[in-house]
Design a binder for this molecule. Structure first.
Ligand code: GLN
Length: 547
């Protein structure tokens, strides 16, 4: 049976609870334990799949096809443990399950209430797969005191109460604000936040205190005394230059030690931190820099492309260079010539996206990369735009476009080189979709196999001809245009096993031009950079050497 660590937050949101959870997972692994991380989100959407990236940042997709919170991306990047659909839940999903059971008649005439029915549903979620790992780390979204979060806090309280002593611990992440006027760190908000937790029956074992300034010993003792935790369980968490410093920094601050102490695990296995020392060495001892332009739509919010930003960093680490990613709003290229904007970059990336806004600009970015022979990586929508660009410019389809932007099928604006995918094979079953289907959870989602053409750039980068990558899309490049596009120098180098769905395209006579229908960024890790990102950055380094 797994031991449980519950991670909660107080004082303010955005304290980096997800990162702290991920780093703790990595530290427990370094001490030889197996871990799984989970996220419980109190909002009412069933999953973040239908939310705008502006609302919620990136949607992280699991192998088994769930659309989840971006914190699951941190968990995977730090632990390498592939997340599952059962690692992410929202209040909306919990209520939906409860209400479906009610409609089925499972509750046999009883009144359905938050306690016990909703809390039981949450506890059931917590238990899934508990025999598989040593530690289950469960992060509660939001901050203590939020109305929506209450059933979750009540459920974890009950859960710990029902388990043997020392089977569950609570880590509370708080903030120590610094008052410049008096030159002091203030502990009162932390005290209040802990008080709030205690009022709902949860006594934290460990406090992870975010602070921009060193926490003096006497403040640490004060927090320990007033919050009723041991002084060595008050862990300072200072701002870091890179998120990948978190495991080593938290280890030095005593976080994993405090966790093992709280579980009374003794003697504590010694940690092997070499993986993280190597990661930091690669980050800090990079030689040179390449500039990558990311031409997208949600450029105002970096979290919208979190995994891409991280995968680029990993690609840099693989080549021991720093990657400077700069975000450019694709719409600018609909008004202005992209050349002055894009000259000076060693690589161009067009990420995934939804909807027509900005797509003509992305097409111009793809054209610039193709004609100027700049390394180009097109991801999902970025691949579709590259194909449309070539179709228009070379394949004689001046009105090529995507069905995604043609809402009135009776009066077509485009030749649908990218069409609405209505049927595909998943394992040994056929999935069917209609344009009128509900939007939530109906895309082609999760891991699918692709077969790569031997000798292609993709096969060389992967060092394999069978790969598995994660998908999240509704539209697809139409295979019927393959011959015409191949005549223009495009190679369909990755295909679904049935040969019907293009998964990777690349340009034959180009230094590096690759479009992928899937999201490689979701599987990249600092200690295992994704092969496509590593090769993309390698190509960018070559460009920088030429000039
Ligand atoms: N909007 C496109 C589609 O649904 C691309 C999706 C994406 O980039 N993730 O196919």
């Amino acid at each position: 049976m797994a031991r449980y660590v519950f991670i909660t937050g107080g004082v303010v949101s955005s304290l980096g609870k997800g990162l702290a959870s991920a780093a703790l997972g990595a530290l427990l692994q370094a001490r030889g334990f197996t871990v799984r991380l989970r996220k419980l989100d109190p909002y009412l959407n069933v999953d973040p799949g239908t939310m705008s990236p502006f609302e919620h940042g990136e949607v992280f997709v699991t192998d088994d096809g769930a659309e989840t919170d971006l914190d699951l991306g941190h968990y995977e990047r730090f632990t390498g443990v592939p997340a599952r659909a059962t690692d992410s839940v929202s209040a909306g999903r919990i209520y939906m399950n409860v209400l479906e059971k009610e409609r089925r008649g499972d509750y046999l005439g009883r009144t359905i209430q938050v306690i016990p029915h909703v809390t039981n549903e949450i506890k059931e979620f917590l238990r899934v797969g508990e025999d598989e790992v040593d530690f289950m780390l469960c992060e509660i979204g939001g901050t203590v005191g939020d109305i929506e979060g209450l059933p979750f806090f009540e459920a974890i309280r009950q859960f710990a109460h029902e388990r043997p002593a020392r089977a569950c611990i609570f880590v509370h992440v708080t903030l120590l604000p610094f008052l410049a006027a008096s030159g002091e760190l203030k502990t009162k908000p932390t005290q209040h936040s802990v008080k709030e937790l205690r009022a709902i029956g949860i006594a934290p074992d460990i406090l992870l205190c975010r602070s921009e300034h060193p926490i003096p010993e006497k403040e640490r003792e004060k927090i320990a005394l007033f919050c009723n935790v041991r002084p060595d369980a008050v862990i300072p968490a200072y701002d870091l230059r890179s998120i990948y410093e978190a495991p080593l920094a938290y280890h030095r601050a005593g976080l994993d030690r405090a966790v093992l102490d709280a579980f009374a695990i003794s003697p504590a296995p010694r940690p092997d931190l070499r993986r993280w020392e190597d990661v930091i060495d690669r980050l800090e001892n990079a030689e040179g820099e390449v500039r990558v332009a990311i031409v997208g739509k949600y450029t105002r919010l970096e979290d919208a492309y979190k995994s891409i930003a991280e995968a680029l960093t990993h690609g840099g680490m693989a080549n021991r260079v720093r990657v400077r990613a700069e975000w450019i709003d694709a719409e600018i290229f609909e008004r202005e010539d992209p050349s002055p904007w894009l000259e000076g970059f060693q690589a161009i990336l067009v990420p995934g996206g939804f909807g027509e806004r900005g797509t003509e600009g992305k097409i111009k970015a793809a054209a610039f990369a193709r004609l100027r022979r700049i390394p180009y990586l097109g991801i999902c929508l970025g691949m579709q735009m590259a194909v449309i660009e070539l179709a228009r410019d070379c394949a004689g389809l001046a009105d090529a476009g995507s069905e995604e932007f043609d809402h009135d099928a009776g009066r077509r604006r485009f030749t649908p080189v990218v069409y609405h995918l209505k049927e595909w094979v998943q394992g040994n079953r056929t999935v069917e979709r209609k344009p009128t289907d509900a939007k939530g959870g109906t895309m082609r989602l999760g891991a699918y196999t692709a077969l790569l053409a031997p000798g292609s750039r993709a096969a060389a980068a992967y060092g394999a001809t069978t790969i598995e990558e994660r998908h999240r899309h509704r539209y697809e490049v139409d295979i019927r245009y393959r011959d015409r596009l191949e005549a223009c120098g495009m190679v369909f180098s990755g295909m679904s096993p049935d040969g019907r769905l293009p998964e990777i395209v690349e340009m034959r006579d180009h230094p590096w031009f690759v479009g992928v229908q899937f999201h490689p960024e979701l599987k990249s890790k600092p200690f295992a950079p994704h092969p496509l990102f590593a090769d993309f950055i390698r190509a960018a380094v070559e460009v920088s050497r030429l000039v």
